[in-house]
Design a protein around this ligand. Structure first.
Ligand code: AMP
Ligand code: ZN
Ligand code: FE
Ligand code: FE
Length: 283
């Protein structure tokens, strides 16, 4: 049986390692197949594919798309393919990343009035990880606050000044879930809801909300994820069985940016086969 982790991040978004270093870590962790799923960008896939091919690992192309459902922020994994350059969906993702960057600048402006942080310091950290950053997020701001000695790390920053209720918080323009799912399908990928029932306070979706996403075309659920307890896993598996959906698992590895370890949650061979068949992806 192969070890398959279908949710990881590199420094192209808010992970801390290059795609090449991530693949090396995956090899050391004993993984056989990895999906690189950076936030709203596929820019790391080419490097990851090359590294995976040298390391003898399989690479499934992917992305984690920022979306919203009834105004709530959700993440959808696009697995098996990436949008064609210049396609409608690729252009929409460009806009989302632009909006992310402007929003991050706004947050830093607000923080800068009370703390020793500048946009230059954030960019220096985000772009100093050996690969050009495509998707800037709050984790990069957290890293700058940490370097300035304001917080002890990302976890503390997310609990305090970067939390949605904080006066420093600014939202960004994510896609509507149905729009994101349609774009993912147009790129030839499958749309799998990421950690939809997260146990993080106030952020998890109900079974009804998950069912609505299935009505909008969602193909599967990420069930095996550290933010799902037994109850959440059981609820998602039940809907997946009922509706014939794919079930996946992944670590949501962010390098040193999160405690998540590669391979801590994995996907079955059977689910991988379904993804490969539906997307004609080559590993
Ligand atoms: P953003 O993309 O700016 O909305 O920031 C969300 C990202 O921050 C997600 O990718 C999460 O993985 C990451 N994140 C959220 N909470 C934490 C935390 N407590 N520690 C580290 N990273 C976090
Ligand atoms: Zn992230
Ligand atoms: Fe996520
Ligand atoms: Fe993620």
């Amino acid at each position: 049986m192969r070890a398959i982790d279908l949710h990881t991040h590199s420094a192209v978004s808010d992970g801390t390692e290059t795609p090449t270093a991530l693949i090396e870590q995956a090899r050391l962790a004993g993984l056989d197949i990895v999906a690189l799923t950076d936030h709203d960008t596929d820019r790391g896939i080419a490097e990851a594919r090359e590294a995976a091919s040298s390391a003898g690992l399989g690479l499934l192309p992917g992305m984690e798309v920022s979306a919203k459902h009834h105004g709530r922020s959700i993440h959808i994994l696009a697995l098996g393919n990436t949008p064609a350059p210049g396609s409608d969906f690729a252009l929409k993702l460009n806009e989302v990343r632009d909006s992310r960057e402007k929003r991050a600048q706004h947050i830093v402006e607000r923080l800068g009035e009370d703390f020793p942080i500048t946009w230059e310091a954030v960019l220096e950290i985000a772009s100093g990880r050996g690969v050009s950053v495509a998707s800037v997020g709050r984790p990069h701001i957290a890293d700058a606050l940490t370097r300035a000695g304001v917080v002890t790390g990302r976890a503390e920053a997310f609990e305090t000044m970067l939390a949605p209720h904080s006066p420093y918080y600014v939202p960004y323009r994510a896609l509507e879930a149905a729009e994101a799912i349609a774009g993912i399908h147009a790129s030839g990928a499958l749309a799998v809801g990421a950690h939809l029932m997260t146990v993080k306070r106030g952020k998890g979706l109900s079974s009804d909300a998950c069912q609505e996403l299935v009505e909008s075309g969602l193909d599967g659920f990420e069930v095996f994820h550290r933010e799902h307890g037994e109850a959440e896993r059981a609820a998602l598996v039940e809907i997946a069985h009922e509706r014939g959906l794919i079930v996946t698992g992944g670590s949501d590895y962010h390098g040193s940016g999160k405690p998540n370890r590669l391979g801590e949650n994995t996907t079955s061979e059977e689910s991988l086969e379904r993804i490969l068949e539906a997307t004609s992806a080559r590993l």
